[in-house]
Design a protein around this ligand. Structure first.
Ligand code: LMR
Length: 341
């Protein structure tokens, strides 16, 4: 029997037309070749991180023509803060994007990013994370068995509480303030005269509603989307510390993926990081407008003079740096922070 000979040019045309017509639809990818990635995070879908996770999932689906499916689980619906690390290492989930404060539980050097007033503004964050600071922090993850695939910017933390307007350190006296994980955050509240209370993000509304904490610090989009403004009377727009995220995977799982798949994921993560850098500030501004419009909260924006007093009050944190940081990292921190004093 003679084999049917299709001219090469015709075959190429059929392949091109075939590719164009191919729908990006998971149903058309045989299940045995599809990679499913469960991406867990703790915040609401309409926050910078929540929107970024969805955009990332869509980009990956499109770029891999449905070969890789990213399923996003927001709002601590699978795991709360802290539980996510073990779930990742156990391969129950494949990607997480915890706030960098949580990573400080495993790698103390990550507390650098919790230092109050480290970055003057969002413009200073990205060059620092793309430079020696970001590279050193990612390298320090190695013993944890996790790999950091990139930084996602969230915004800055602002103070809220149910008792009084926070203008000067004296206003913090005796307030129970919820903090997230890192000892630097605890120390910040102690120096300001408050009593720190550790709690997960999933439990935060309850802590505030039931009066187990008087206040907390968070991004405006977290305050708005989790409706914390319903149980807080005062908001100080202080932008006193950075709130950013790191996208993490289990090291062995990541390295077991085909290079082409890793490239699709890494490309989509980087593109999403760019999108966040450009869009997170507007999402935060919109959240502030929504909080103000609720009429529930009295807002104060820290003046430059008040900011200088807060900074002077927490200065012992900076004087302690050599006690817990290797010299090169302490020097990087001093260079970033003194550039704005
Ligand atoms: C928190 O304070 O727990 C949040 O900032 C968590 C998050 O991921 O944004």
């Amino acid at each position: 029997m003679t084999a049917l000979r299709v001219p090469t040019v015709l075959l190429a045309m059929v392949m091109i037309v075939g590719c164009q017509a191919r729908a990006v639809d998971n149903e058309q990818v045989p299940p045995e070749t599809r990679i499913t990635i469960r991406f867990s995070h703790v915040v609401a879908e309409n926050t910078p991180k929540g929107i970024a996770a969805r955009r990332f999932a869509d980009l990956v689906s499109e770029r891999s023509a449905g070969h890789i499916e990213v399923q996003v689980f927001p709002n601590s619906s699978l795991y709360a803060d802290g539980e996510e690390f073990q779930a990742l290492l156990d391969d129950k989930i494949q990607l997480i994007a915890p706030s960098t404060s949580l990573v400080a539980d495993l790698v103390p050097e990550w507390q650098i990013l919790d230092l109050p007033f480290l970055f003057a503004d969002a413009g200073q964050v990205s060059p620092s994370m793309a430079g020696p600071l970001g590279r050193r922090l990612l390298a320090l993850l190695e013993p944890t068995g996790m790999v950091g695939l990139g930084f996602w910017e969230g915004g800055f933390r602002q103070m809220t509480n149910s008792r009084r307007a926070l203008r000067l350190p004296d206003d913090f006296r005796g307030l129970r303030m919820r903090y997230q994980a890192s000892p630097v955050r605890r120390q910040q509240f102690e120096l300001l005269g408050a009593r720190p209370v550790r709690g997960t993000f999933a439990d935060l509304y309850r802590l505030l509603e039931q009066g187990e904490a008087d206040g907390q610090e968070n991004s405006l989009s977290n305050i708005e989307s989790k409706r914390l403004f319903e149980v807080q009377r005062y908001l100080t727009v202080s932008s006193h510390s950075y709130l950013g995220y790191v996208v993490l995977a289990d090291h062995d799982w990541w390295n077991g993926l085909a290079k082409a798949d890793r490239d699709v994921l890494a490309g989509a993560l980087a593109e999403t990081a760019d999108w966040l850098r450009a869009n997170a500030p507007q999402i935060e501004t919109d959240a502030l407008d929504a909080i103000r419009a609720s009429g529930n909260v009295l807002t104060h924006t820290l003046t430059p003079e008040e900011r200088a007093i807060w900074r002077a009050t927490i200065d012992p944190i900076y004087r302690d740096l050599d006690g817990w940081l290797p010299r090169d990292l302490a020097e990087i921190v001093r260079a970033i922070s003194t550039s704005q004093l």
